[in-house]
Design a protein around this ligand. Structure first.
Ligand code: GTP
Ligand code: SPV
Ligand code: MN
Length: 587
């Protein structure tokens, strides 16, 4: 391995080791030899289980503490000098106070353990978009997952030796003590401290912590954007490629849309879809005045339940090798994995996500946790785009916001312009899911799907969106979608999944001035007959219901929206104006 000579790196690692007192320090260079030895060690200690080598080569099983199974938003904090910089939507603790509170928890936290030092890059090393981080951790799961989720290897070590700057990420699982769990971000210091969790979203610090919370802070400072967005490429029958980004809250369909398989008749017509990213996009303005996106990650941390050969075959195939499964159900007969919604029979001789005997025929409780997940290399994905491997940005034609709402929000709406699109994003709301601790199914505002991930004052964040729009001569068009409208029986009205391409094609048609639309108070919705409904099992009445704006319903939504806006001590004038315009249009 290349020896690290960067003094700043060495000083910081020494400082963290003096605090956490590990028995030894091991640097991770991403070599398969080193990783194989660590995988073996993780199995020897029981931290992981090796799965069926023939059916799931290179795959492992990992379980977290039953109370440590999702992101913990109450324990996630933004620590700045002044509260005004964290804003009204973040948990805030004054940064010096937070260091003082965390230091005793980290003191000796790695005693008798190994501290692994993982230099990693978000974005392909050396590309315009890339940022380096170093995660120090006492968890082998973190080491092995970071090797899947980020770019680890010699290129990063070389850059550090050339003096590259880095984000300082310190993690200790400590005692997995829920009362002392913190995921603390110090954006003024480029620093993240996470303690007492071992669940991915709280501990794979390159992902939400660096690429979004620290990333969004840096993006504002440096004039780019870090967003909770998938990136998808759609190729038309003429071979033209168009790129879209979509921001949906956690467990609201990003991985599924990113890996969509076009409906049969559109495949036959020559449409193709390719995956570039499934969770995070970093966006920069190009010299041509367009917005360019990269996926800073190198793998997928996807939701297992509901993934099957019909909903998301690409995701399923992605997980067939070199994948780590967390908190799913295990089939003891053949040492494979299972989850609710998988189109394979449930095990009769299984173990549930907590390791208890589980028989799919008699069980009354779920075998897999609703937020059970897989960490899988992006290169495994059958639909991965060649553009993913270059790390260069792709030009974005459309930005799509969307939430999980049983009512109110139509299937698809186009904003009147960029600023109105920012308003659309600011008013996004969605039912909570199992991706975060707490109640499920509660509607809350989740602007741009960034409520849990924006590292600064959300009013400033909206302003940054407005300012970015001003700098682009050819900005993407902005849309809002909702795949989750339900009928009186509670069934989803829209078939979703691959069929969502129909809505995306309408959006791309709008970008080219082709598809027909009707103006409503919320924006433009598809005119009757403008959405391709070939072969769909949805009635005209149902289509009517999900593509119209119910003014009665929206007058009530408006009350909530005003309260939401009142939370902010400052909001861009453009958004206040859009809200006033909506109120007028609903009268
Ligand atoms: P995070 O990884 O938490 O950011 O989630 P995500 O946004 O990538 O969500 P994902 O694609 O994993 O989907 C979450 C859940 O929503 C799964 O159970 C899916 O089966 C379900 N889902 C995804 N797309 C659709 C859709 O179009 N319609 C319906 N009804 N369900 C969907
Ligand atoms: C999400 O919750 O949006 C995820 C999973 O993508 S986590 O990494 O836990 O944030
Ligand atoms: Mn996510």
């Amino acid at each position: 391995m290349i020896e690290i000579k960067n003094e700043k790196v060495l000083d910081w690692v020494r400082e963290c080791a003096e605090l956490t007192k590990p028995a030894e320090i091991v640097w991770i260079d991403g070599s398969n030899e080193q990783l194989e030895a660590l995988r073996k060690e993780a199995c020897d200690t029981g931290e992981m289980i090796r799965l069926n080598e023939e059916k799931l080569p290179g795959c492992y099983y990992y379980r977290t503490h039953p109370k440590d199974v999702a992101r913990d938003e109450k324990r996630t904090v933004i620590c700045t000098t002044y509260q005004k910089d964290a804003g009204p939507t973040n948990n805030w603790v004054q940064k010096d106070e937070m260091y003082a509170k965390l230091r005793p928890l980290f003191d000796g936290a790695m005693k008798g353990r190994t501290m692994y030092a993982i230099p990693f890059s978000m974005g392909r090393p050396g590309t315009e978009f890339a940022k380096i981080g170093i995660e120090l951790t006492d968890s082998l799961y973190v080491v092995l997952s970071m090797n899947i989720m980020t770019h680890v290897g010699e290129a990063v070590l070389k850059q550090l030796n050339q003096g590259a700057d880095f984000v300082k990420c310190l993690h200790s699982k400590a005692q997995i003590d829920a009362k002392n769990k913190y995921i603390a971000h110090f954006p003024e210091d480029n620093t993240i401290w996470s303690i007492n969790s071992a669940y991915g979203g709280n501990v794979l610090l390159g992902k939400k912590c660096l690429a979004l919370r620290i990333g969004s802070w840096l993006g504002r400072k440096e004039g780019w954007m870090a967003e909770h967005m998938l990136i998808l490429c759609i190729e038309n029958p003429q071979g033209e490629k168009k790129y879209v980004c979509a921001a949906f809250p956690s467990a609201c369909g990003k991985t599924n849309l990113a890996m969509l398989i076009p409906p049969k008749h559109l495949q036959e017509a020559g449409y193709k879809a390719y995956t570039i990213g499934d969770d995070i996009a970093w966006l920069r303005i190009g010299d041509d005045g367009r917005l360019y996106a990269v996926n800073p990650e190198n793998g997928f941390f996807g939701v297992a339940p509901g993934t099957n050969s019909k909903t998301n075959n690409n995701a399923l195939l992605t997980t067939r090798k070199n994948t780590i499964f967390t908190n799913v159900c295990r089939n003891l007969d053949d040492n494979t994995v299972w989850w609710e919604g998988l189109d394979q029979p449930a095990p009769v001789n299984g173990e549930d996500w907590q390791g208890r005997p589980w028989n799919g025929q008699t069980a009354t409780e779920k075998g897999a946790h609703p937020n059970s997940r897989f960490t899988a290399p992006a290169e495994n994905c059958p639909s991965i785009a060649p553009e993913f491997f270059t790390g260069e940005g792709v030009p974005i034609s459309a930005i799509i916001f969307g939430g999980r709402r049983a009512g109110a929000e139509p299937l698809i709406t186009q904003s009147f312009d960029w600023n109105h699109g920012v308003f659309m994003g600011s008013k996004m709301s969605s039912e909570t899911t199992a991706a975060a601790d707490g109640a499920v199914g509660v509607v809350r505002y989740d602007p741009m799907a960034m409520l849990p991930f924006c590292g600064y004052h959300m009013g400033d964040y909206f302003q940054h969106w407005i300012d970015m729009g001003k700098k682009m001569s050819n900005p993407p068009k902005i849309f809002n979608v909702n795949w989750f409208r339900r009928d009186a029986e509670g069934r989803f009205i829209w078939p979703g999944f691959g069929e969502n391409l129909r809505a995306l094609l309408w959006a791309l048609g709008r970008c080219e001035g082709k598809a027909e639309a009707v103006e409503t108070p919320l924006g433009y919705v598809p005119a009757a007959g403008s959405l391709d409904l070939t072969g769909l099992d949805v009635t005209d009445e149902e289509m009517q219901e999900i593509t119209t704006v119910d003014k009665e319903v929206w007058r009530k939504e408006l009350d909530g929206l005003k309260e939401w806006y009142a939370k902010f001590d400052h909001m861009p004038d453009e958004l206040i104006a859009s809200l006033a315009k909506l109120e007028l249009a609903l009268d």
